[in-house]
Design a protein around this ligand. Structure first.
Ligand SMILES: Cc1cc2nc3c(=O)[nH]c(=O)nc-3n(C[C@H](O)[C@H](O)[C@H](O)COP(=O)(O)OP(=O)(O)OC[C@H]3O[C@@H](n4cnc5c(N)ncnc54)[C@H](O)[C@@H]3O)c2cc1C
Length: 385
């Protein structure tokens, strides 16, 4: 497909937010161009826990039967552990699924295309220029082997769905960009050393807390285990974790149940994927006549396991809003709706993030919640829609 010169709506980034939005707008008859920097399929750092709310979006857009072909395992229980071995098991409010971003992102991108959006991967948006009458010009770069081809796309409206932090944020002078985040994250897929050695993890998502971070473990499609950890960057020395080992080796020693879990696994990737600069601050969901969705609007702490659902659900809400109001641009309405629906959940996520990364707090809290199962369930439910 050739990139057009202009479009009604341009969506930057084809993660769960951008692809869902492009699909929903195209299904409503809108002209949409979806631009993605990466080429699909590709792996991405994520716990790959798809909460029950994401499945509502899959159903609403009519994608359930295609989704089920991946054989994504179902999880009904969350198991939390503290470094000293204290454990808490809680029923999830709704069953969740484990699907790799390798499959999910390519699937959503494909669905956006099938819905009628003009989809392009391998194209990076480098700059957004304001034009008269609130229109925008996107400056694009396509990498073709050693060459970079520059082009432009004019849009009546731009939605930024480019994730938690990009150079466009710096160019737009978004205030959060100046604050450095202390968090780094690593993810890898693993196989079992011996068949059945992780069978106690079937139907379960584990979250292991340690001083300065936490690590999730759960099954994804193909009987692989996702191990994904986020911790304070100061635990990394100049060449890796403070004790010189690779990230997953260092994890074996910081939490005893996690150490036992990792002992039964062998990595599928040559080395884990990593990301840094993970901002958990509240940003502005609309600015300079640009709409932001998903992590670009604000990111919920990964321990909530709800970022993908929020990205997808928020996109459906924005698609409805735009479809009702265009050509009027409902920036203030989006600011209000977004804050009402997500701001509190993001703050709570930050609070739980702070508690879980302090074992002096997390271990006694896990023991207390073991005696109050209703309260534990309530806490898990609070970060969800
Ligand atoms: C360590 C960690 C673990 C997590 N675990 C979970 C979990 O288990 N469950 C869960 O629900 N959520 C989890 N999350 C959160 C989840 O990953 C995000 O909330 C979700 O990916 C947000 O989707 P998005 O579409 O907004 O952004 P993204 O998924 O980041 O997608 C943005 C897309 O935009 C593209 N892009 C960026 N810049 C440009 C550009 N200039 N031009 C074109 N394209 C561009 C990127 O390549 C990317 O594909 C986790 C996050 C982290 C950091």
């Amino acid at each position: 497909m050739t990139l057009p010169d202009r479009t009604e709506i341009a969506v930057i980034g084809a993660g769960p937010a951008g692809s869902t939005l492009a699909a929903a707008l195209a299904q409503r008859g809108r002209s949409v161009v979806l631009l993605e920097r990466d080429r699909f399929p590709r792996h991405k750092v994520c716990g790959e826990f798809l909460s029950g709310e994401s499945m509502d979006v899959v159903d609403e857009l009519g994608w359930r039967s295609a989704f089920e072909e991946f054989g994504a395992p179902t999880m009904t229980t969350a198991r939390l552990t503290a470094p000293d071995g204290a454990t808490l098991s809680v029923d999830l409010p709704r069953p969740a699924r484990g699907l790799s971003r390798y499959q999910l992102d390519a699937f959503l991108f494909d669905q956006a295309c099938r819905s009628g959006a003009h989809t392009f991967d391998g194209i990076e948006v480098q700059r957004i220029e304001a034009l008269p009458k609130r229109k925008k010009r996107l400056h694009l770069a396509t990498r073709l082997e050693q060459r970079i081809i520059h082009s432009q796309l004019d849009a009546d409206l731009v939605v930024a769905a480019y994730g938690r932090r990009t150079s466009i944020d710096r160019r737009l002078s978004r205030p959060f960009f100046k604050t450095r985040s202390p968090w780094v994250a690593f993810k890898g897929h693993h196989q079992m050393n011996e068949p059945g050695c992780a069978d106690d993890l079937r139907g379960v998502v584990e979250l292991h807390a340690f001083s300065g971070g936490y690590c999730g473990a759960s099954f994804v499609e193909g009987d692989k285990l996702n191990i994904c950890t986020m911790f304070r960057a100061d635990l990394l020395g100049p060449d890796g974790p403070a004790d010189g080992g690779a990230p997953f080796d260092f994890l074996r020693r910081v939490n005893s149940p996690l150490g036992r879990r990792l002992a039964g696994l062998k990595p599928c990737f040559e080395r884990p994927l990593s990301v840094a600069q993970i901002p958990l601050t509240i940003k502005q969901p609309a600015r300079e006549e640009i709409f932001f969705i998903g992590d670009a609007a604000s990111m919920i702490a990964p321990l909530a396991g709800d970022g993908q659902a929020m990205a997808m659900e928020g996109s459906l809400i924005l698609a409805d809003l735009l479809d009702r109001h265009l050509p009027t641009v409902p920036l203030e309405q989006w600011n209000r709706i977004w804050r009402r629906r997500y701001a509190m959940r993001i703050q709570l996520g930050r609070l739980f993030n702070a508690a879980l990364t302090r074992p002096k707090l997390s271990a006694p809290v896990l023991r207390l919640l073991n005696r109050l199962p209703g309260a534990a369930h309530q806490l898990v439910t609070l970060t969800r829609g």
